[in-house]
Design a protein around this ligand. Sequence first.
Ligand code: NCD
Length: 306
Amino acid sequence: MIKNRSIVTIDDVGDDDLNEIFTAAEEMDKLIKSGKKISILESRIMCTLFYEPSTRTRLSFESAMHRLGGGVITMADVKTSSVSKGETLADTIRMADAYSDVIVIRHPLEGAARLASRFTSKPVINAGDGSGQHPTQTIMDLYTIRKELGKIRGLKVTLLGDLKYGRTVHSLILALSKYDAKIKLISPPSLRIPEYLLHRIGDKSSVEVLDTLEGNIADTDVLYVTRIQKERFTDPNEYQSLIGSYSVNNNVLESMKRNSIIMHPLPRVDEIAPEVDQDARAAYFRQAANGVPVRMAIISKVLGGI
Ligand code: NCD
């Protein structure tokens, strides 16, 4: 049960919670389409604290709360807040606690959301902590797979890109391992998934670590692409040397099954060519759109609205 609880990692969301969120998100989707006024969270307030850039995550969280009839206060940019005067995370969280009922935080440091949760009795939702995790993205990724392909269990899923620093793939791989997914991990050798995650998966799922797309995705059901996380590199030359090291284009599509899908948490830089957007298998914009009903379901469950 996630009622009144923080969601810092994907481990905070049990299997039953996930199924309940999927069902609720389907309901939310219908409610949105019906155009009816929704008052599930009337008079509740969500505070979004974004210490890092965001488009989809913040906007879809805020859209979700508005759709539920609740209010939103936001610190979308640290430069215009007292963080720029040197205020600590702890003190900022104490204020968010005083002004709202649920706190959504994105921060460049791994562990920041966990730390934040120690300074408030209100639920904290991690919207990305450095190279740590991005649990609500994972929930909408799973929802998207289920919606697009009818199931999650046993699928062949290939994760491609920056698996070292990409927080979306870190929480996703842990979740997929609970669904007996057959996982392929394809990245430049210097951007492989951290060892601690491979240890956590253990023998729960089959995992293959590979260097190249070629010849490896003919049987893939889901190709999940990520960008190289430029902002995490300490050496800009290292980032420069990796630019363009993988790309999904029409040639790659030709080697994939007809009933497969391509996902990406977005933003993309150059790792998926625009020509791919026309293909029915390109699911990334549908995936991003799922952010609203899924986050409506998450916020209302956390605040006990449904
Ligand atoms: C991702 C993130 O911030 O981790 N974006 C998102 O939330 N959809 C992926 C990324 O920035 O590459």
